[in-house]
Structure formats: C-alpha cells, structure tokens
Write a protein that binds this ligand. Structure first.
Ligand code: GN1
Ligand code: MG
Length: 364
C-alpha cells in the first residue's frame, strides 16, 4: 500500500485544474492501484490516479504509447461521427502522460468521467446488450488501424500454450506444496489442451485474422450513464493485436455468468442464455459487417476459452504462491480458478444453444 502524503505529492506532479481535497481507493482491478481524486473546487472535474503495476507492465512507455494511439484515434472518430466518449489523459508537469516517482513507481492520471457507473454483476439483458454495442463499436472504431502499430505490451497474454507451460512448470516445481490439492483441476485442464489451442491453430492456417482488440473486456470495463446507456470503454492497458474471440469471450465470461468470478459455491455457476443473447445481439449489430464466417462460427467456443484461460492463470498463481493477482483472502486464487473452470464446463454444455442464438440474431 502507498502512503497518503506520497499520493498527495504524486497528484501535484500532474496538471490538474483545481486542487485535491481528498482521495479514495477506486474500483476492483486485480493489477493496478486506482484512486479517485476529489476536487476541492466543484467547478473542476475529479480525477482518477493510477499506479501502474510495473511487474506486470514492464515497458510503461510502450503501454502509454499504445494508449495514446487508441485515444487519439477514438477522438478523431468521435469528431467524425459524434460517437463514443473516450478517456482523457492528464499530462504531468513535464508534459508526459505518466510520471515516474523516486522509487521507480509509474503513475498516470485521467479526468474522472462524472455521473458514470459500472456494473460488477449484470442482472438485466438491456445492460448486456448495451455492453455488447460498446465493445462492438470499440472493435469497429479501431478496425482501420493496423495491429502492427501496437506494441505487444504483455507478450503472449492470451497465448494458451504459454499459459499451459507456466502452469505445468509451477506444477513440477510445487514450491508451495499445493499441487496435491488441485489434481482434479489439473486433470480438467489437461483434457482440454487440444481444443483450447483452436484459435492459434486457425490463425496458423490463415483462417483467423489478428485485429486490434481490447483483451480485457470484462463488463465492468464499460462505463454507463445514469440512464444505463453505455458511455465509454475503459481499461485500455492491454489493447494490442488479438483475435475477436478474446473480446467476445471475456465479455461472455463475465456478463453471462450467473455468479461472480470467484464464486465459492460451484452450484451457483451457470450460463444465462438471455444475457448471452443480449450481449451477442449488441456486439453483432455493430461488428457483423467486418467479421468473417470463421470468426462467427467460433464465438461460442470463445466464452469457454476465456473462462478456461483465466482458470489456468488463477491456478498457476495459486501454485506459485499468489504472486501476480491481488487477493483479498488466502485461497482466493484457487477459488477463482475452480469457479472459472466450472464456468468453462457450463459454457461447453451450452454450445448448441449458443450457436442457434447466433444464427437467429444474424437472420433477424
Ligand atoms: C486482470 O486488473 P483487471 O481486473 O483489469 C487481468 C485480466 C484478467 C482479470 C481477471 C493485465 O484484469 O487479464 O482477465 O484480471 N489483467 C492483466 O478478472 O493480467
Ligand atoms: Mg485490466
């Protein structure tokens, strides 16, 4: 945790209007530390200060270059078609979009998006539909940028073979003595090595294009206004080349799950087909003109894939002693892993219905 006076000093490094009255932790991210900075002058905006996790993001300059490219592009699109709102970065006193403190920590500042809210769990298909349109629009807005323009800020982020390797290395080393208790989960994962390599295989055969994707499309990465209309897509850290399935799948993993990401009672975990349908409808409304038949064919698998890769990553972190994700209690990574693997199974059981729903949406 960071100390209060230090945070105040950091805030002074950015060119904000008004002054900091107070600040408070904000949001539920697993990686960065985020604070809302309350303005002492109500006619100026509040701000969002973030300490970037430098263990995870090794090249902050590349990360911020990617982000600026996205924000500039969205802004130009915005001017053209009066469309989506996007985030506004605040420059530091030395006119950069991040600040490095004396201990080597990296910080950045955004204008706070007033009157906005996020949904941690989704209870209404209208919200899922709106989220689908927002992420769909995001893909479309960035579709005229070449993926080659972007740094791969976390190499092999959604490369399942890399994630398998990390898991099996951790299994072999068993530094925390935890492997004995996760045999069932390891077996579940090992049975799926081939099928979960599908996207990479299709790409090798030139059947799946790389696009500029968001790669962290949890539904709580969409801001909504007070009337539940989508305002803007946030958390642009992992925008880089990827498959459309990473975005579609991660959103399904969150908005069609009947339980939270780390639900301990596995019997509560299921797929809500109405939520799936609503999200898919919104997403396809925006993107069907650019998606290829192969991309569309594999959308149902993408939900299972994203739940599965999260299961693999959470389990790896558990075996390694909880070194990557923030946790709120011991065993949370194991709980997250079990829950995401159960969700994988539930999505697999619903493939047929999901295919039918997508077909119906496209025929409407
Ligand atoms: C992390 O910090 P947050 O919640 O935005 C992770 C994502 C996972 C997610 C699991 C850089 O995102 O890949 O999907 O946790 N981000 C990184 O909820 O590893
Ligand atoms: Mg994130």
């Amino acid at each position: 945790m960071v100390n209060k006076e230090k945070v105040r000093q950091i805030i002074r490094q950015f060119r904000i209007q008004g002054d900091c009255k107070s600040f408070e932790p904000h949001g539920g991210g697993h990686i960065n530390e985020t604070f809302r900075v309350i303005n002492s002058n109500p006619s100026y905006p509040d701000y969002l200060l973030q300490k970037i996790n430098h263990q995870v993001f090794k090249h902050v300059n590349q990360l911020m270059e990617n982000m600026q490219r996205v924000l500039d592009h969205l802004l130009s699109r915005n001017k053209e078609n009066n469309g989506v709102k996007s985030l506004v970065l605040v420059p530091s006193n030395s006119k950069k979009f991040y600040f490095q403190d004396s201990e080597g920590g990296f910080w950045r500042m955004f204008e706070f998006v007033e009157d906005s809210k996020v949904f941690e769990t989704i209870s209404s298909p209208t919200i899922a539909y709106e989220g689908g349109k927002m992420f769909g629009e995001f893909l479309i807005h960035l579709s005229d940028l070449s993926p080659d323009l972007f740094y791969e800020v976390i190499p092999d982020f959604h490369n399942i073979h890399f994630r398998f390797k990390n898991l099996f290395d951790a299994e072999q080393k068993d530094t925390e003595g935890r492997v004995g208790e996760v045999q069932q989960e390891l077996n579940f994962i090992k049975e799926r090595i081939e099928i979960m390599g599908t996207f990479q295989e299709l790409n090798k055969k030139n059947l799946l294009p790389k696009r500029v994707t968001h790669n962290d499309t949890k539904l709580n990465n969409v801001l909504f206004d007070q009337n539940n209309h989508g305002l803007c897509v946030i958390d642009l850290d992992t925008v880089m080349p990827g498959f459309v399935h990473y975005d579609f799948g991660d959103a399904i993993r969150t908005c069609a799950n009947t339980a939270p990401e780390d639900e301990p009672d596995l019997s509560k975990i299921n797929v809500s087909l109405p939520m799936f349908e609503a999200f898919a409808r919104g997403y396809l409304e925006k993107t069907k003109q650019i998606l290829t038949p192969t991309e569309i064919q594999y959308l149902p698998l993408s939900g299972a894939f994203m739940a599965f890769i999260m299961g693999v990553r959470f389990l790896t972190d558990y075996l390694m002693g909880d070194v990557y994700y923030k946790t709120n209690f011991p065993g949370q990574n194991l709980q997250r892993a079990k829950s995401q693997l159960m969700l994988t199974k539930k999505i697999e059981e619903n493939y047929d219905s999901m295919h039918r729903i997508i077909q119906e949406i496209l025929e409407d």
